[in-house]
Design a protein around this ligand. Structure first.
Ligand SMILES: Cc1cc2nc3c(=O)[nH]c(=O)nc-3n(C[C@H](O)[C@H](O)[C@H](O)COP(=O)(O)OP(=O)(O)OC[C@H]3O[C@@H](n4cnc5c(N)ncnc54)[C@H](O)[C@@H]3O)c2cc1C
Length: 271
């Protein structure tokens, strides 16, 4: 269990950022589900709950998801359930249980950039941006690959894409365990995106596989890919991304899973 020495309920993002950067061990609080697993000593904890960051706003162009929205809110939002075959809602449904998802926040989930993260993988296969107090609005991919700097994640923006279909698949040793491997794929008029997470390192886009898919087929085609094309995609993913061993699975097992899930996902995407 962690220790909090001082507690500040921020009245503005500016105040939150000023307090955050005042001391090395000052911390933003999300739902604290992850933080309470550790034993850190926090000088000042910063509560964002009074800043109105707990809404999901859907417009014609985008979803704007406040950092303090819980995973359960993403799961139940009717717009997200309808968009991209509900891949965002689906990606959180196996995380522990309903009570847990009622507490864990999307801000805490993305800012931590966990290797095993389901939402990080699913959102990477969409046209997703994060709005940071100091760092501004950047693509999720740039955020994942960028340095870990003190900042506040304010909201997540998912820009809607035309004719988007999506799929989210994982393999877990038991129903609510961390994923051994996570695969998210989308097809839209803009082309394909293939994101692989829990390798066990953090989610990454398989750019060469995406280029291959975009070369052999266009965004509006939905006819099934040939077995040969599916095989090529599975092989490409394993060649271009690194897979490794941890307590949940070996590198070899993950590579095998990646091939199987990529082929299965593409079959689902293309009907
Ligand atoms: C037992 C257990 C099982 C889990 N299983 C899974 C799983 O299967 N799949 C999966 O994807 N995830 C899983 N998770 C992770 C979980 O879904 C959340 O991602 C995690 O709890 C972080 O969210 P939180 O709101 O609890 O963040 P917190 O614990 O409050 O914060 C985590 C970190 O993020 C920082 N932070 C929080 N909010 C912000 C913000 N707005 N801006 C900047 N920094 C911020 C905090 O300072 C802290 O460093 C699991 C977690 C636990 C404890």
């Amino acid at each position: 269990m962690f220790t909090i020495n001082n507690y500040v309920v921020a009245t503005s993002l500016e105040e939150a950022y000023t307090v955050l950067t005042k001391n090395k061990s000052n911390k933003i609080l999300g739902g604290t589900l992850w933080m309470r697993m550790g034993s850190q000593n926090i000088h000042t904890a910063i509560d964002l709950s009074k800043l109105g960051l707990d809404t999901i706003v859907e417009t014609k162009e985008a979803f704007e998801i406040g950092a303090m929205c819980t995973l359960r809110m993403l799961e139940l939002h009717s717009g997200l359930q309808a968009y991209g075959n509900g891949m965002v809602s689906n990606c959180v449904k196996d995380i522990v249980g309903v009570q847990f998802r009622n507490g864990a926040t999307i801000g805490g989930s993305l800012f931590s950039r966990f290797g095993f993260s389901d939402p990080l993988t699913a959102l990477l296969a969409l046209d997703t941006y994060v709005e940071l107090y100091k760092g501004g609005t950047i693509s999720l991919e740039a955020f994942i690959e960028g340095p870990y700097e003190k900042d506040i994640l304010i909201k997540i923006i998912i820009k809607k894409e035309m004719s988007l279909t999506g799929v989210y698949l994982t393999e877990r040793l038991s129903h609510t365990d961390f994923p051994v491997l996570a695969v998210a794929m989308t097809q839209s008029l803009a082309g394909y995106k293939v994101a692989i997470g829990a390798r066990p390192s953090k989610a990454a886009l398989a750019h060469e596989t995406m280029d291959y898919l975009n070369t052999i087929t266009s965004g509006h085609e939905r006819s099934p890919l040939s077995n040969e094309q599916l095989e090529v995609c599975g092989e490409k993913v394993v060649e271009e991304l690194n897979f490794a061993t941890n307590m949940r699975g070996s590198q070899h097992y993950r590579e095998h899973l990646a091939k199987v899930l990529v082929k299965r996902g593409l079959r689902q995407l293309r009907g």
